[in-house]
Design a protein around this ligand. Sequence first.
Ligand code: PMV
Length: 337
Amino acid sequence: MTGRGIGFRKVILFNEHFVVYGIPAIASSIDSRIEAVVERVDDARDVSGPSSGLLRGDGWVLEDARLAGTGRRVEEFHEVEPLLLVFEALGLDPAEENLKITVAGDLETAGGIGSSAAFCVSVARALSDEFGLGLGDDAINRVAYEGEKAYAGTPSGIDNTVSTYGGMIYFVKNMSGGENRIERLDIESPIRIVMGNTGIPGKTRVSVSGVRRRREERPEEYSRIFEESRELIREAAAALKGHDLEEIGRLMDRNHELLQRIDVSHPMLDELVEIAMDSGALGAKMTGGGLGGHMIALTPLEESQERVATAMREAGFEATPTMIGVSSTKAEYRLDE
Ligand code: PMV
């Protein structure tokens, strides 16, 4: 028997970082996901595979089949801690089992695309499937949040939420520790974007703690910026609901400026934003933790998407055309059914 599960990859469209402080944010799954497969084996120690893509622990072996197009792995293989946290949150003791877990992605790209949450979600689903735990989305989301703590300390919860439910989501962290506000934001039709990759690994932990420190050091300046982000998100939700693409683009630009002001951007992210705007994107911004990692450009037409991706590649960056706002259905959760 094998257990299977998927997790959606995601991008944060508006208000990463601000979301950590209870300000609303909007994120979307992209047209890509990670699939995890859990198999019981006689002895996990006997499982062999590509040495570069194999991790071992007590009673389990994990194979990363998320190969990049170039033959490189999609991202640093650093999933031991999150995997152990997911086991623990599910009440499973891997030392009592013999498990082989394989994770694979359907998007050929080098450079991780916020796939840490998708990893936790897909593995949680596959384990729930294999052990007959029957966990629904809400429970999976909670388990994946525990796994995410390994990457980000005290994450806001937006990443695992979007990786669990898919689609476009308006998210507000509950600052008192209760249930977060999670609302589906339905848009008229999926929108094309390009993801630009700086090639520098994102440093979410570092950037989140930097914001915390500077916010304490410069409370007045930061409170003004945070208020602007609160206003911006209202306009962003309205623009997305109204499918006002030009306005969405303008607001992405403004959001990028706010993120620059809290010092989480990077010269290469800024350069990619400029390249995207110069080659016809309607808006562009960094996405996620920053200080490296990815940015996104709004390119609703196929032709502008191609032009922007080409411009990024010509400048030596990796570019991935994809979509936001692709609706997800529960039926998709098991790829083999
Ligand atoms: O770097 P990512 O893609 O995992 O996104 C981090 C998002 C932050 O808002 C910076 C942190 C958080 O916990 O929400």
